[in-house]
Design a protein around this ligand. Structure first.
Ligand SMILES: C[S@@+](CC[C@H](N)C(=O)[O-])C[C@H]1O[C@@H](n2cnc3c(N)ncnc32)[C@H](O)[C@@H]1O
Length: 198
C-alpha cells in the first residue's frame, strides 16, 4: 500500500471533522502529484480545492486534474515559498502534506508568516507529516527517514513540533488539535485568531 493510499482516508476524516459546511475554499501548498487534491475534492463535494506547487511540478498536477474531470479542483497555481507571492484570494483552509520536512526551515517559517498575514480570522491551517517531540523522534523509522532526506538535501529534516507550534503562535494561530495519524505522522490543525494591533 502506498503512503497516499494509507493516509488519504485518515486525512479525509480529520478534514471532515474540522471543516464546517461553510468552509468551502481550500488551498493546498505542495500538491506533489495532485493525488490528495483529486481524492479530497471527490469526497468533499462542497469544497473547491485549489492545488499549487513549484512550477516544475505543475504539468503533472494539471494532467491528473484534467483526467479527473472533477468540477471542484482548481490550479495548479505555481507557488514556490520564498519565490512566489501567496495568491490574493480568500481561503477557509490551507492544507499541506509532507512538505515541512522537505523544505528548509527558512521556507517553513516564511510560509507560516505569510499565512499569518493573509488568512482571515477563523481560517484554518492543516499540516500533515512527521514531527519530533521533546527533542526526539517518535519512532526508529522516522530517525532513519530523517537521515535519508538530509543526505538528499541538508536543508530537509523532520521539524520539531515545538518550533512549528511556536512559529504558528507567533503569527496569530492557536493549535486546534494535534491529530495522531498512521505511520507515525501527525496532522496539526490551527485556527487563525483575531488580528491584534501590535
Ligand atoms: C514529499 S512531496 C509531498 C507531495 C504531496 N503533498 C504528498 O503528500 O504526497 C513535497 C512537495 O513539496 C514541494 N515543495 C518543496 N519545496 C517547496 C517550496 N519552496 N514551495 C512550495 N512547494 C515546495 C515539492 O515540490 C513537493 O511536491
Amino acid at each position: 500500500m502506498s503512503a497516499f493510499e494509507q493516509n488519504r482516508d485518515p486525512i479525509l476524516a480529520v478534514l471532515k471533522e474540522v471543516m464546517s459546511a461553510e468552509d468551502t475554499r481550500v488551498f493546498e501548498v505542495g500538491s506533489g502529484t495532485g493525488e490528495h487534491a483529486v481524492y479530497f475534492a471527490k469526497n468533499l463535494k462542497n469544497v473547491v480545492w485549489t492545488t499549487s506547487d513549484v512550477l516544475t511540478k505543475c504539468g503533472d498536477i494539471r494532467s491528473l486534474l484534467d483526467a479527473s474531470k472533477l468540477p471542484n479542483v482548481r490550479g495548479p497555481m505555481p507557488y514556490e515559498i520564498g519565490k512566489d507571492d501567496f495568491p490574493r484570494y480568500s481561503y477557509d483552509l490551507v492544507f499541506t502534506a509532507n512538505t515541512f520536512h522537505i523544505m528548509g526551515w527558512k521556507q517553513c517559517k516564511s510560509l507560516i508568516k505569510t499565512l499569518g498575514a493573509r488568512l482571515r480570522e477563523g481560517s484554518q491551517v492543516a499540516i500533515y507529516g512527521p514531527f519530533n517531540y521533546n527533542g526526539t523522534y517518535t519512532c526508529e523509522s522516522n530517525a532513519i527517514f530523517d537521515k535519508i532526506i538530509k543526505e538528499r538535501d541538508p536543508q530537509s529534516g523532520i521539524r520539531a513540533f515545538e518550533d512549528v507550534n511556536a512559529a504558528m503562535l507567533k503569527n496569530g494561530f492557536a493549535l486546534f488539535k494535534d491529530f495522531e495519524m498512521p505511520a507515525n505522522n501527525r496532522m496539526l490543525v490551527y485556527t487563525r485568531l483575531v488580528f491584534m494591533k501590535e
